[in-house]
Design a binder for this molecule. Structure first.
Ligand SMILES: NC(=O)c1ccc[n+]([C@@H]2O[C@H](COP(=O)([O-])OP(=O)(O)OC[C@H]3O[C@@H](n4cnc5c(N)ncnc54)[C@H](O)[C@@H]3O)[C@@H](O)[C@H]2O)c1
Length: 256
């Protein structure tokens, strides 16, 4: 049934670019920490540092929300938390189902951070009949036979897939046929979905592979520095000075 991939315009309907949308959760996390410490206002520089974002970019992002802060005072923390939460659709409750309640699915079900951010785990679903009825994170595991019924009854629009890769597309197709329009996929496979369905993929092994790439680069830089100077521990200085290595390579700063 899967017919194609979701294509999203670079700018959303209300004129907020996708790149800004992707940074809103970073601001929200930093702002929530400030709010928990009862900090009333924050400057763009402080918030940018806490969110790991450049402050000019932050000001531009907030201008899309119509939030400009007050000169000499900064941004009102509580109001920004409300504004960003509203923009992200977090002022309403989102029931979520998790499919595949093995090691990862059970860990996700037990993660308190979903509920505190408005994502209520409505049901846990697994194909293993031996698991049906067993409690995980206070919820009885339901069998996949009930998947469509669960989605409809709970008005679920977000599904989390934590099954083995081989089962993920079939699970995805059933979730979509049942009415789910957003999928968070942890299985190491590319899912095909019809237009109008959003898929976000989480893959820790890919993140590790990217870190391995950087580690290899660092090791390469170190070796080059030893060759250049006969001393280890100088590549950072060489990079700052923009010096080229013997092979003509400039130590690269890669996007995170
Ligand atoms: N994204 C990541 O960073 C990350 C990290 C760890 C694991 N994973 C992936 O997550 C998935 C789960 O890993 P795990 O260690 O929890 O595996 P697991 O074997 O412990 O659990 C898988 C569960 O899925 C169930 N299942 C199998 N087919 C199903 C189907 N058709 N419908 C519903 N449930 C079904 C099984 O009964 C089992 O309970 C794997 O694809 C794994 O590669 C991803």
């Amino acid at each position: 049934m899967a017919t194609g991939r979701t294509h999203r315009p670079a700018t959303r309907s209300r004129g907020i670019p996708e790149a800004t949308v992707a940074r809103l959760p970073l601001y929200l996390r930093a702002l929530t920490a400030l709010s928990e410490r009862s900090v009333p206002t924050v400057s763009s520089e402080e918030l940018a540092t806490a969110a790991g974002v450049n402050s000019a970019k932050l000001r531009k992002d907030f201008s899309y929300l119509g939030s400009y802060g007050t000169r000499g005072v900064g941004y009102d923390v509580e109001y920004l938390v409300y504004q960003i939460s509203r923009e992200l659709g977090l002022t309403q409750d989102w029931p979520v189902v998790i499919v595949g309640i093995g090691n990862l699915g059970a860990a996700l079900a037990n993660y308190g951070g979903f509920a505190s951010r408005g994502f209520r785990v409505a049901a846990l679903i697994d194909a293993d009949p031996a698991m049906a009825g067993k409690p995980v994170a206070g919820l009885p595991v339901r069998h996949t036979d009930e998947l469509e019924e669960i989605v409809t009854e709970n008005g679920v629009s977000i599904g989390v897939i934590a099954t083995p890769a081989g089962a993920a597309q079939q699970v995805c197709d059933r979730l979509v046929a049942a009415g789910i329009t957003s999928i968070l996929n942890f299985a190491p496979t590319v899912l095909s979905v019809p237009d109008g369905v959003d898929v976000r993929k989480v893959d820790l092994s890919i993140e590790l592979q990217i870190l391995a790439f950087h580690e290899q680069r660092k090791a390469g830089d170190e070796t080059a520095a030893v060759r250049r100077t006969g001393t280890a521990g100088r590549p950072a200085a060489a990079a700052r000075e923009g010096r080229k290595g013997p092979d003509g390579d400039v130590p690269a700063v890669m996007p995170a």
